[in-house]
Ligand binder design. Structure first.
Ligand SMILES: [Zn+2]
Ligand SMILES: [Zn+2]
Length: 126
């Protein structure tokens, strides 16, 4: 039981490490592929479960781009994204903390997340 818990913690730490280093906004299966070498008995379900826990803890963000898979982001500050419709790559754009500040100053809402998305064709594909 304890050993299980320890292993889960290790796996979760590793998922977080991957997301902090990998700026490409990987999907759960991308992360799973990277983890398999180190954790051969890992299942995709476990990766999903750990990702959800990390999202709940506010350590990572889940990004919904309307595609089949959710993407995950280790960058938790408010920033916007650009999605290329050809290669499906997700790029980080600038910080949008100023926008959030403005909204919070002009309304009484407390903003907890903001995901701005821009769609188009990236410079590599052009
Ligand atoms: Zn592209
Ligand atoms: Zn991002």
């Amino acid at each position: 039981m304890n050993e299980n818990k320890y292993r889960n913690t290790k796996q979760r730490e590793q998922i977080l490490n991957i997301l902090l280093k990998d700026k490409s906004h990987p999907t759960a299966s991308d992360i799973y592929d990277k983890m398999k070498v180190q954790f051969p008995d890992l299942s995709l379900g476990t990766v999903y479960r750990n990702l959800n826990i990390l999202v709940e803890q506010g350590k990572i963000q889940k990004l919904d781009f309307g595609s089949t898979y959710d993407h995950y982001d280790g960058n938790c500050c408010y920033h916007s994204h650009f999605v290329c419709r050809q290669c499906k790559k997700v790029y980080d754009l600038g910080c949008i903390e100023d926008d959030i500040e403005k909204v919070q100053q002009t309304t009484n809402h407390k903003i907890e997340s903001c995901l701005k998305k821009y769609y188009g064709v990236c410079e590599n594909c052009l």
